[in-house]
Write a protein that binds this ligand. Structure first.
Ligand code: URA
Length: 203
């Protein structure tokens, strides 16, 4: 059979020059991004959260969910009693897609071809961590994760099993931030908290 190197040094073959996330050219998004943003979390994490793509602050810092969406996510995780330091947090797309709006960089939703091009990296993270539960934060994460291509509204907060893990689809934190009506916004945030609580129960 195939020889597989198992030394600690070889534990991250994706960092090899030719195949590194840092130098990924599988789609054109790298050109206007500061850097690729990979996942963060302990190697033994059993819970994985998948967002859409880095935002402005994530692009600059190189870490997922550190901006406004990350703050909402932190709050939701605290409410659901899910410690962030035990969770692996990543995105479906690893480069920030944006368009200029005055001095600001305005988020643009990634296209299916960009989600598809980036899928290999998410697959690699899933293969490396083998999480028991994956929370899909929003439609882009669900598109990347769901083999059945389920629509978010039809599976919202309904865990389903796929490839030996639970997928829990819920809203994206940025969606909850954008809901104009205060009560509806609070309800969207509660929906995310409930999804995280379900995820925790499934661990
Ligand atoms: N939105 C995301 O989907 N991911 C991040 O890392 C930040 C904002």
């Amino acid at each position: 059979g195939k020889q597989v190197a198992v030394s600690a040094h070889d534990a991250q073959p994706q960092r090899d020059a030719a195949t590194s996330l840092d130098t990924c050219r599988r789609c054109p998004l790298w050109e206007h991004a500061t850097q690729a943003v990979g996942g963060v979390g302990p190697a033994n994490a059993t819970l994985m959260l998948v967002g859409e793509q880095p935002g402005d602050q994530e692009d600059l810092s190189g870490k997922p969910f550190v901006g406004p969406a990350g703050q909402l996510l932190d709050r939701a995780m605290a409410s659901a009693d899910v410690p962030r330091e035990r969770v692996y947090v990543t995105n479906a797309v690893k480069h920030f897609k944006w368009e200029p709006r005055g001095k600001r960089r305005l988020h643009k939703t990634p296209a299916q071809r960009e989600i598809d091009a980036c899928h290999v990296w998410l697959e690699q993270e899933i293969a490396a961590h083998r999480p028991r539960v994956v929370v899909a934060l929003g439609a882009t994460a669900l598109k990347s994760l769901s083999a059945a291509k389920a629509k978010l509204s039809s599976v919202l907060n309904q865990p389903y099993e796929q490839d030996g893990m639970w997928i829990v689809p819920t809203y994206h934190p940025s969606y909850a931030l954008r809901v104009p009506d205060a009560e509806a916004r609070a309800a969207a945030e509660r929906t995310i908290v409930e999804a995280l609580a379900r995820a925790r129960e499934l661990l």
